[in-house]
Design a protein around this ligand. Structure first.
Ligand code: DGY
Length: 331
């Protein structure tokens, strides 16, 4: 039985998400949603503040800051915020908790896609693939040369993981067949269960920096991890090591990274995330041959983005029904 419109919950969706999620909302007959009908530009803040007024739930992506101002603009009806992301640094958890608003997010469904892309970025950086295709296309390819475009190999290497969660484990599982010698990791505390899956040793941040031939940042961005990859870390790394970041740009002090890369303190960096996003095309990091920059695409596979969309929609509907969500953030 179709409920009449007035008994339906009001939802604002801040982006044209993959259709499967919208279809779930529609077919639930539980909500009436309004949509910022573009995937090319984010909804302007002013418009967002107007549109959220009086809604029961909000489905957002990582470009929307969900803070006190927005929650005040939404008002007391707002019960659920569902983000189509595993990251939640764009959400003021404290403000959400204060208001008793439940939060859905999309972990796990993107782990494989992010791990796969991280391996691709690591190899592209360490084996200098972007430089190489550029040389091949632009006439730099002379005779076969003995040391030209040499990089660093994974075989016999030590791979360090900064922040061992599901994604760090999935990256290590994929790297192991490349004959990595040793996995090490650091985190706020040892994670023996996850570590045992990849036979990884818990070390201090200092040791992680010193011993890693490849260092991958896989942590969440929190006040504790903000700019934690800075000159202190880079100065302890080997000149031959490669830094990879597929977490959040905010965990890196970008000026320090630029200095480390341009002075040869470390051999290279592969970044899927930056501050800001998009990174302006005249940013100094783009001038460096030993820095590979991707436009935040780690979870960008069709199947994963569809799963994220569906999960975000289902989390939202369950939250509105006061049921446990499939994936809910503990506040
Ligand atoms: C996330 O989900 O947080 C990623 O950064 C985008 O998929």
């Amino acid at each position: 039985v179709q409920r009449n419109m007035s008994s339906m919950s009001k939802v604002y969706v801040t982006r044209q998400i993959p259709p499967v999620g919208l279809k779930i909302l529609q077919e639930s007959r539980q909500v009436q949603y309004e949509l910022w009908d573009s995937d090319d530009v984010p909804v302007p803040r002013k418009e967002l503040l107007q549109k959220v007024n009086g809604v029961d739930a909000l489905l957002c992506v990582l470009t929307e800051k969900i803070d006190a101002e927005l929650l005040d603009a939404a008002g007391p009806n707002l019960k659920v915020v569902s983000t189509m992301s595993v990251g939640f640094d764009h959400l003021s958890l404290e403000e959400l908790k204060k208001r008793g608003i439940r939060v859905g997010y999309t972990p796990e469904v993107l782990t494989d896609a992010v791990a796969e892309l991280t391996v691709a970025l690591l190899l592209a950086t360490s084996r200098r693939l972007i430089e190489a295709t550029h040389e091949a296309k632009t006439g730099g390819w002379g005779t076969w040369r003995t040391l030209w475009l040499c990089g660093h190999e994974l075989a016999n290497s030590t791979v360090g993981i900064f922040g061992l969660g599901r994604i760090g484990v999935a990256i290590a599982e994929r790297l192991a067949p490349f004959k990595v010698k040793k996995f090490i990791y650091t985190d706020v505390e040892p994670r023996p269960e996850l570590a045992s899956l990849i036979n990884a040793e818990y070390v201090s941040m200092d040791e992680l920096a010193k011993r890693s031939d490849f260092l991958a940042a896989c942590c969440a961005l929190t006040p504790e991890t903000k700019e934690i990859c800075n000159k202190d870390l880079f100065s302890k790394m080997k000149k031959t090591s490669i830094f990879i970041n597929t977490s959040r740009g905010g965990v890196v002090h970008q000026e320090d990274l630029y200095d480390a890369l341009s002075t040869g303190q470390i051999a290279g960096a592969g970044l899927d995330v930056t501050v800001p996003e998009p990174l302006p095309t005249d940013h100094p990091l783009f001038t460096l041959k030993n820095c590979v920059i991707l436009p935040h695409i780690a979870s960008a596979s069709y199947s994963t983005r569809n799963e994220m969309s569906a999960l975000a929609a289902n989390n939202l509907l369950l939250g509105l029904r006061a049921k446990p969500m499939i994936k809910e953030l503990k506040l």
